[in-house]
Write a protein that binds this ligand. Structure first.
Ligand code: NDP
Length: 248
C-alpha cells in the first residue's frame, strides 16, 4: 500500500495561503489530490500556492473566506464542492495566535480568537459533514498548548485549542457510522510567520523540547497527508502529537 496515495481525492484546506496550510495544500496535491484553499487577507500568497498546486498537475483554486464569518465559511465549502465536483478531505487549519496575560487581554481579544480558532473550525466541520462521502476525512490542526502550557501568556490560545479536542472526539462519534474519520494534529513550535524560529519566544519554546529545533510546515503537512491517506481508515477521534518532544 502506498501510504500517501491520494489520486483523485478532493480536498479543502482552510487558511491555505501561508505557513502550515500552504505546505499542506501543496503536499496533498503532490500526493494526487485536487485542492481548494481559503484565505482571509493574503490573496497574493494564496495565488502563489494555487500556482504550486497546479505545477504538480492537479487542480487548485483559492477562495476568500474569513473563518470568523460563518456564512463565508459555508459558502467556501459549497464552492469547493461545486468547483472540485465533491469533497473527500477537510483540513481545518485556519487559526490565529494570541499571546498575552489574562489580565492584559480584552474581551474583544477573546471573541476574535474564539471566532477563528473554535467557531470557524466548528462551522467548517459542520458544512463539510453535510457533504463528505462515506469514508471522508477531517483533519484539524490543534496545538501542543492544548495539553501543556509551558509559559505565561497562552491561556486564551490554549483554551481555544483545547476546545478542538472535544470537537474532534464528538465529530468522530457523529460521523463514524458513515466511515468518516476525524483526527487532530497537535503541533509543537513550527517555523511560520505566526511563530518564527528566530522570534522573541523561540528560545524559550526550544527549551521545552527534546529535539532542539522548531518543526517545519512540511513536517506537519506530511502528517496530514498520512491521516488523509489509505493507511489510516481505522484511526478516528484521536490526536497525533507532532511536537519535537514537548510532551516528553
Ligand atoms: P500562519 O500565520 O503562518 O498562517 C495562518 C493561515 O491561516 C494563513 O493562511 C492565514 O491566511 C489563515 N488565516 C488566519 N486567520 C484567518 C481567518 N480569519 N480566516 C481565514 N484564514 C485565516 O500560521 P501557521 O501556519 O503557523 O498556523 C496554522 C495553524 O497551525 C493554526 O491553526 C495554528 O494555531 C496552528 N499551529 C501553529 C503552530 C506554530 O508554531 N506555527 C503550532 C501549533 C499549532 P491569511 O493570511 O489570508 O489571513
Amino acid at each position: 500500500m502506498n501510504l500517501t496515495e491520494l489520486t483523485g481525492k478532493l480536498a479543502l484546506v482552510t487558511g491555505g495561503s501561508r505557513g502550515i496550510g500552504a505546505a499542506t495544500a501543496i503536499a496533498l496535491a503532490e500526493s494526487g489530490a485536487d485542492v481548494a484553499i481559503t484565505y482571509s487577507s493574503s490573496a497574493e500568497e494564496a495565488a502563489q500556492v494555487v500556482k504550486q498546486i497546479e505545477a504538480t498537475g492537479r487542480r487548485g483554486f483559492a477562495i476568500s473566506a474569513d473563518a470568523a464569518d460563518a456564512s463565508a465559511v459555508e459558502a467556501a465549502v459549497a464552492r469547493a464542492v461545486d468547483v472540485l465536483g465533491g469533497l473527500d478531505i477537510l483540513v481545518n487549519n485556519a487559526g490565529v495566535g494570541a499571546v498575552g496575560l489574562i489580565t492584559d487581554l480584552t474581551l474583544d481579544d477573546l471573541d476574535r480568537v474564539l471566532a477563528v480558532n473554535v467557531r470557524g473550525m466548528y462551522v467548517a466541520a459542520r458544512a463539510a459533514a453535510a457533504v463528505l462521502p462515506d469514508g471522508g476525512r477531517m483533519i484539524h490542526i490543534g496545538s501542543c498548548a492544548a495539553a501543556r502550557v509551558t509559559s505565561p501568556g497562552l491561556a486564551l490560545y490554549a483554551m481555544s485549542k483545547s476546545a478542538l479536542i472535544g470537537l474532534n472526539k464528538g465529530l468522530a462519534r457523529d460521523l463514524g457510522s458513515r466511515g468518516i474519520t476525524s483526527n487532530i494534529i497537535q503541533p509543537g513550535p513550527i517555523d511560520t510567520s505566526m511563530n518564527p524560529a528566530d522570534g522573541p519566544y523561540a528560545a524559550a519554546q526550544r527549551s521545552h523540547l527534546a529535539l532542539d529545533r522548531f518543526g517545519t510546515p512540511e513536517e506537519v503537512a506530511a502528517a496530514v497527508v498520512y491521516l488523509a491517506g489509505p493507511a489510516t481508515s481505522y484511526i478516528t477521534g484521536t490526536e497525533l502529537t507532532l511536537d519535537g518532544g514537548h510532551a516528553a
